[in-house]
Design a protein around this ligand. Structure first.
Ligand SMILES: [Zn+2]
Length: 335
């Protein structure tokens, strides 16, 4: 009996030791602190750019091939992809995917294209809405919002998107609204976002609009002055994108600068840093941009292989923030 008890004590001691050993701790030095990099794409509700992909099977197939190409390319470099969609492309998928899949099941391993991306290529399927834009005023009384998009993805592919808004502006949403949940404009549904990526101070994308902060924190307000201020009581977690809306060159230059500052100890280590590489999905149908994008992926893979970055999905960033950094906030940058 004594022996059993002794070995049990030993067993538990060993178990707790090994737990301690496996518990993730933040890197101690700046040089060992990686930047979590998310690659994500947008398709928009701008009909002049995306309407054509919804109009015919041929238009849809062109877009679908682009989706598959991008997802496979990113996966082939061991990197992660967050596919963020607005409603025009979701409607195109709802309309044409069945025919596309029947015509060539082997292209997507016999799966709905969104399930193929998610299950076979590790893509995070997410929603992105420019909620204040309603390009089809006669089509909807009010434009589809985030709650509607999340519902649409569920309806068309049976995929539950992460509770993540792929962008918002102070004019569109307040934290109070997000805490109460977003009621659908089209569907009778309420959706509770918990994470925000791609915050912008003004509508649209471009200089002065998109936030260029890095890190993960809980913003005290969705406002010019409040976004960069952490508040434990905030209902959402923000993921900074760095210079994600620049050209690939600009986004990579930001990343090179940040990793260099970490390597030299110019910025504190042991905290979570983030940056994004983004692309408009329609632009990626052009061969020129594809070549530029692949060159960017080559550089990202080298940074990942050197341990300077960790490629992640947005849910993966949140997981690391909780598991490795104990949900400790980091807001890096000024705006
Ligand atoms: Zn957008």
């Amino acid at each position: 009996m004594k022996t059993i008890r002794a070995s049990l004590v030993l067993f538990f001691a060993a178990a707790s030791l090994s737990c301690e050993h496996e518990a993730a701790v933040p890197p101690a030095s700046p040089a060992d602190t990686p930047v979590y990099v998310t690659i994500y794409s947008h398709n928009e509700r701008t009909l002049s750019r995306f309407g054509g992909f919804r109009e015919s099977l041929a238009g849809y197939l062109e877009f679908r091939e682009g989706m598959i190409f991008n997802a496979k390319l990113i996966a082939s470099y061991g990197l992660k992809y967050n596919w963020q969609s607005d409603y025009v492309i979701l409607e195109a998928i709802a309309q044409w995917e069945k025919l596309a899949l029947e015509a060539d099941p082997s292209r997507t391993n016999g799966k709905h294209v969104l399930r193929y991306l998610a299950e076979d290529l590790g893509v995070s399927i997410e929603v992105h809405a420019h909620e204040s834009q309603n390009p089809e005023p006669f089509r909807f009384a009010a434009p589809p919002n985030y709650a509607d998009l999340a519902r649409m993805v569920w309806e068309i592919a049976g995929i539950e998107v992460p509770p993540l808004m792929g962008g918002s502006t102070p004019a569109e949403r307040s934290l109070e609204e997000l805490a109460q949940g977003i009621a659908g404009n089209v569907y009778e549904t309420t959706w509770f976002p918990k994470i925000l990526s791609g915050f912008a101070y003004q509508a649209g994308h471009g200089p002065g609009a998109d936030s260029s902060l890095s890190g993960v924190w809980r913003p005290s307000e969705l406002s010019d002055g409040g976004y960069a201020v952490h508040d434990d009581a905030s209902p959402v977690i923000a993921i900074g994108g760095g210079n994600g809306f620049g050209s690939f060159e600009d986004s990579l230059a930001y990343l090179d600068e940040l990793t260099a500052k970490l390597a030299s100890g110019q910025v504190p280590g042991g905290r979570i840093y983030t940056a994004s590489i983004t692309f408009p999905e329609d632009h990626m149908l052009e061969a020129d941009l594809r070549a530029e994008f692949e060159a960017a992926l080559v550089r990202l893979k080298a940074l990942a292989d050197a341990g300077k970055i960790v490629a992640a999905t947005h849910p993966g960033v949140i997981q690391a923030w909780k598991d490795v950094y104990g949900s400790s906030p980091n807001v890096y940058g000024t705006r």
